[in-house]
Design a protein around this ligand. Structure first.
Ligand code: BG6
Length: 302
């Protein structure tokens, strides 16, 4: 952390297991963000006091693994779609390298009803990925939670790197891997997702989205946003409704490990799958940034 937090009324330092976190408490909501991974762990609006994010009771907090739950930041690649990296694939971590990095708080502002925090990873340029590509996370904790993942390709002070970058467009993929809290996955419906999806559990076969979209088995699906089936607003209807809005994405990834996989995961309780659903705003088709360009992936949760 490099900012003096004493000037802010709504932010305080705390711990999640062994990890340093910031607790946010303002007139509209409470929330938590971990400096390991720039990882949001909790968002609870005050108007209904309902936690929107799921966090594993057995999450590992010794920095050996990403935190299970909350909103992991997948950057500069999603899953194993790493277009700009030369390193052999088997040496690359799934979902990029920033979810297992320490991040710094670089800016923070507050007003009567919201708190805005800006974080950046301490280290970039890992796995031979260009360090000229920067990322920052801008999170606004208010009546809604707004998460912006901003990628910029600029500001490298090294003249040689600058010249090299100017000649080399870079392609990236990414995701805001949101774990939503649900009261019972068996009674949950996802609304606003139509057309076909890529089924990661069936060799990427193209499959028709069920209607109603309910859950009774493991799901690992990439729903591509198209003109006829745009994915800009979706909601998870459970006992209550959670609404998500996205921008700057091309896909929504829907994931639940169900019984067998969650039983096999050290950082998820056996029945953990019952109370979560991942709905991830993702860039799956690589986007190419030229020197000086910027991309924003935005997800709002309410
Ligand atoms: C989803 C992927 O986004 O994340 C799944 O589509 C993956 O295939 C899941 O299993 C969890 O990934 P991880 O690396 O956090 O265990």
């Amino acid at each position: 952390m490099i900012l003096d937090l004493t000037r802010l009324n709504s932010v305080s330092e705390s711990q999640f297991g062994e990890l340093p976190v910031l607790e946010i408490n303002n007139a509209s909501c409470s929330g938590t963000i971990s400096l390991f991974g720039g990882h949001i762990l909790s968002f609870k609006p005050k108007h209904d006091q309902r936690e929107r994010l799921w966090l594993s009771d057995t999450a590992i907090t010794d920095k050996s693994k990403p935190i299970r739950g909350g909103i992991p930041i997948c950057w500069p690649w999603f899953a194993n779609i790493f277009p700009s990296v030369q390193t052999p694939n088997e040496q690359l971590p799934a979902h990029g390298f920033v979810r297992t990095q320490d991040w710094l708080l670089v800016d923070a502002t507050e007003n009567d009803s919201s708190t805005r925090l800006v974080l950046q990873p301490k280290k970039l340029g890992l796995y031979a990925f260009s360090a000229s590509l920067r990322v920052c996370l801008e999170v606004t904790f208010g009546a809604e939670l707004t998460v912006k993942l901003i990628t910029t390709y600029d500001k490298n002070e090294d003249v040689q790197a600058k010249v090299a970058s100017a000649q080399a467009p870079l392609a990236i993929t990414m995701a805001l891997h949101s774990y939503l809290a649900v009261s019972d996955i068996n009674k949950c419906e996802l609304v606003g997702v139509e057309a076909d999806y890529i089924d990661k559990l069936a060799n990427d076969s193209i499959t028709t989205t069920p209607s109603p979209y309910i859950f009774d088995q493991e799901v690992d699906r990439i729903h591509m946003s198209t003109q006829s089936a745009p994915l800009h607003t979706v909601s998870v209807n459970d006992a209550k409704t959670t609404t998500l809005k996205q921008q700057g994405h091309d896909a929504l990834v829907v994931w639940n490990p169900w019984i067998d996989k969650s039983s096999g995961m050290a950082d998820m309780q056996h029945d953990g799958y019952k109370s979560m659903l991942c709905v991830e705003a993702a860039v799956v088709n690589p986007i190419t940034l030229n020197y000086g360009e910027k991309h924003e992936l935005i997800q709002t949760i309410s």
